[in-house]
Design a protein around this ligand. Structure first.
Ligand code: NAD
Ligand code: UFG
Length: 341
């Protein structure tokens, strides 16, 4: 298959691109590099011995999207491109709605025009909001609590309407839980810009000495150790979920929703302990107030993905931390070479 991967230079996109190439697919990446470094795809090429056709361009530029899709031959699109920082989305809602929603509309217009009607979309468990009626299944009510999450909900609505209007579309809405870890080579991984918003990259930067201490947001939640519980999923398992979804869409039309999670929850303290074990030294932490908007507990019911796609996550928290640490240790400043001054 020839697959257009939007946002393919980013964290999840680069790992999925690697898996697509390994499965023999042809990949064209469209990314404006707003939150990524093209070095990720250089390394994917090195790991696979195959070429990635990278186009630096913005989904907000409809002519670019039209030109890429107009080259022809595409069988499907995996749509990762988007902005994803919750706090920033609260401060700059218009930027988020424009980038994520308008960017998606431009992509869909290009796909429609050029007759490409198979799409895998990166949605998020954030669409379930602060619902902690776990395990969360795909029928749970959606109630995102911030502009970022609402862009995902709105795009899901747009795609559902599109599928209802035109039965030729094949659309997978993949609701990721908490992606972490890295390819086992340690060559590619998550490279957040600025202060990491998410737990694992923050813990990893403390472990590598870039930050002094992990702040644990809340220790008075109704959970066994009082800290928040999440469903962490290895990025390579997540990448495999995209290939499984693409394969499913090959023989099914319509709009499908699948949670991609492990079905198991880990607390913040369990994550810090597992990462300390992987890194071979205790990671310092201190308790801090709760972060506004956080659910106490969130984990997936991943049984639909197992039933429909034959997919389930294989890697446990220890492997996630070991792989994340291998990447962080070998690349303490991510893809950037630090300024020696
Ligand atoms: P990422 O920031 O590493 O990757 C996103 C990529 O999209 C980046 O390379 C960025 O440069 C590109 N991009 C953004 N806007 C663009 C535009 N207008 N035109 C072209 N390229 C653009 O993020 P990620 O963690 O790999 O996430 C991928 C997708 O998965 C995102 O849509 C994100 O919202 C979603 N998601 C991520 C998580 C997570 O915790 N990482 C969880 C749930 C859902
Ligand atoms: N946490 C800390 N300290 C930190 C960062 C996080 O204690 O420095 C805690 C949080 O309070 C939470 C847990 O660690 O209990 C996980 O937090 P993350 O920010 O890593 O993940 P969230 O589940 O809060 O949110 C993330 C993304 C959302 C996405 C969601 C599900 O930010 O956009 O995962 O995919 F929707």
């Amino acid at each position: 298959m020839k697959v257009l991967v939007t946002g393919g230079a980013g964290y999840i996109g680069s790992h999925t691109t690697l898996c697509l190439l390994q499965e023999g697919h042809e990949v064209v990446v469209l990314d404006n590099l707003v939150n990524s470094d093209p070095e990720s795809l250089e390394r994917v090429q090195r790991l696979t011995g195959r070429e990635v056709d990278v186009r630096v361009g913005d989904l907000l530029d409809e002519h670019t999207v039209d030109a890429v899709l107009g080259e022809g031959g595409f069988d499907s699109v995996i749509h990762f491109a988007g902005l994803k920082a919750v706090g920033e989305s609260v401060e700059m809602p218009l930027r988020y709605y424009r980038n994520n929603v308008v960017g998606t509309l431009n992509l869909l217009a290009g796909m429609e025009k050029h007759g490409v009607r198979t799409l895998v979309f990166s949605s998020s468990a954030t669409v379930y909001g602060a619902n902690d009626n776990v395990p969360l299944n795909e029928k749970c009510e959606l109630d995102a609590t911030n502009p970022y999450g609402r862009t995902k909900e709105q795009i899901e609505d747009i795609l559902s309407d599109l599928g209802a209007a035109d039965p030729r579309w094949r659309i997978a809405l993949l609701r990721y839980f908490n992606p972490v870890g890295a390819h086992e080579s340690g060559l590619i991984g998550e490279d957040p810009q600025g202060t990491p918003n998410n737990l694992l990259p923050f813990v990893a930067q403390v472990a590598v000495g870039r930050r002094p201490v992990v702040k644990v947001f809340g220790n008075d939640y109704p959970t066994p150790d009082g800290t928040g519980i999440r469903d962490y999923i290895h990025v390579m398992d997540l990448a495999a979920g995209h290939l499984a979804a693409l394969a499913y869409l090959g023989s099914a039309k319509g709009v499908f929703r699948w949670n991609l999670g492990t079905g198991r929850g880990s607390s913040v303290l369990e994550v810090i302990a597992a990462f300390s074990e992987a890194a071979g030294s205790a990671i310092p932490y201190e308790f801090a107030p709760r972060r506004p908007g956080d659910a106490a507990i969130s984990y997936a019911d991943p049984s639909s993905a197992l039933g429909d796609l034959g997919w389930s996550a294989e890697r446990n928290l220890a492997q996630m931390c070991a792989d994340h640490w291998r990447w962080q240790k070998a690349n303490p400043h991510g893809y950037k070479i630090p300024d020696p001054t």
